[in-house]
Design a protein around this ligand. Sequence first.
Ligand SMILES: CCCCCCCCCCCCCCCCC(=O)SCCNC(=O)CCNC(=O)[C@H](O)C(C)(C)COP(=O)(O)OP(=O)(O)OC[C@H]1O[C@@H](n2cnc3c(N)ncnc32)[C@H](O)[C@@H]1OP(=O)(O)O
Ligand SMILES: CCCCCCCC/C=C\CCCCCCCC(=O)OC[C@@H](O)COP(=O)(O)O
Length: 272
Amino acid sequence: MDVLWMAPPLLLLFPLLMWTSSTFVYYFKKCFYVAWMMVLALLAIPLCILKSGGRDVENMRVIRSLVRHVKYFLGLRFDVSGWEHLQTEGPYVIISNHQSSLDVLGLMEILPDRCTMIAKKELIYAGTVGLICWLGGIVFINRKKTSDAKSVMIDAAKTMLDDQIRLWVFPEGTRNQKGDLLPFKKGAFHLAVQAQVPIIPVVFSSYSSFYLRKQKQFNSGTIRLRILPKIETKGLTCDDIPSLSDKSFNLMRSSFLSISNSVPQSNGPCKH
Ligand SMILES: CCCCCCCCCCCCCCCCC(=O)SCCNC(=O)CCNC(=O)[C@H](O)C(C)(C)COP(=O)(O)OP(=O)(O)OC[C@H]1O[C@@H](n2cnc3c(N)ncnc32)[C@H](O)[C@@H]1OP(=O)(O)O
Ligand SMILES: CCCCCCCC/C=C\CCCCCCCC(=O)OC[C@@H](O)COP(=O)(O)O
């Protein structure tokens, strides 16, 4: 009898439980992601030191192989097309849109050999993840000091050629989940022109179908990854940077909109 008496309040609680469960899943997946990446990085640190003895782009092979299974835990899948465009010899610059730290999963899905990234310097303080980023040869820039960032990137152009390294840059310069691309910063294009290497654009489809920060939703989903044909920079000079950047932006934006089935968010209704 006592149990029957409890049934109506429990039934009332059910919708609340359902609601909180999706919020719970959101926080659980996010915490799991950070914690698991920290643990993986802790595992990777001795492996990388044993493999290369310190900071080396070759460590990205270890990092890549350790990260590739993480998508399964989060219910994410990648649908990749354009693999053939990565079959390019020698150094190049990969540019891609940047929505979230989850981009690391897609990045590791297609990361070519001898490829590392440009990242904000604050990432180095992210515990074991920071240390593994350093061991993986990531080039850290201070976004608050353009002159410093530029000189680091000028050095990186030289290192790319000397050491035959590929660099992955997020030309939006920050994370963005507004359903459209942010205007591109110029660093990636200077880098490619200075090194006279091709640019390979990579586009991640919008995460808004499965990952919604405001609504606290993190469902399962498939991310479409499109590797676009390379853009040559041989013979280009500083003067060509704006057109090179515009061309890359337009190609990536139209690909992003077509694979995301999304329309750019407006700034809200017009006020009359
Ligand atoms: C095993 C377990 C492991 C677990 C973890 C695994 C982790 C593995 C690794 C994951 C790593 C993921 C990394 C993700 C990190 C993502 C980020 O951090 S995104 C943020 C950082 N990245 C960027 O900011 C790159 C893009 N930004 C730029 O390129 C910028 O241009 C800039 C160089 C930072 C400068 O910024 P700003 O001043 O705001 O920008 P501009 O307006 O573009 O430039 C001003 C001015 O300067 C000219 N210029 C820019 N660069 C150069 C250059 N290299 N040489 C010469 N001149 C340059 C530019 O043309 C502008 O001048 P103009 O006259 O107005 O044209
Ligand atoms: C002492 C511990 C501190 C904990 C810090 C948590 C570390 C994160 C751990 C796991 C996530 C793994 C992926 C790491 C790569 C994340 C790269 C990233 O997305 O950086 C953000 C940067 O692109 C743009 O930042 P802004 O939005 O411009 O600012």
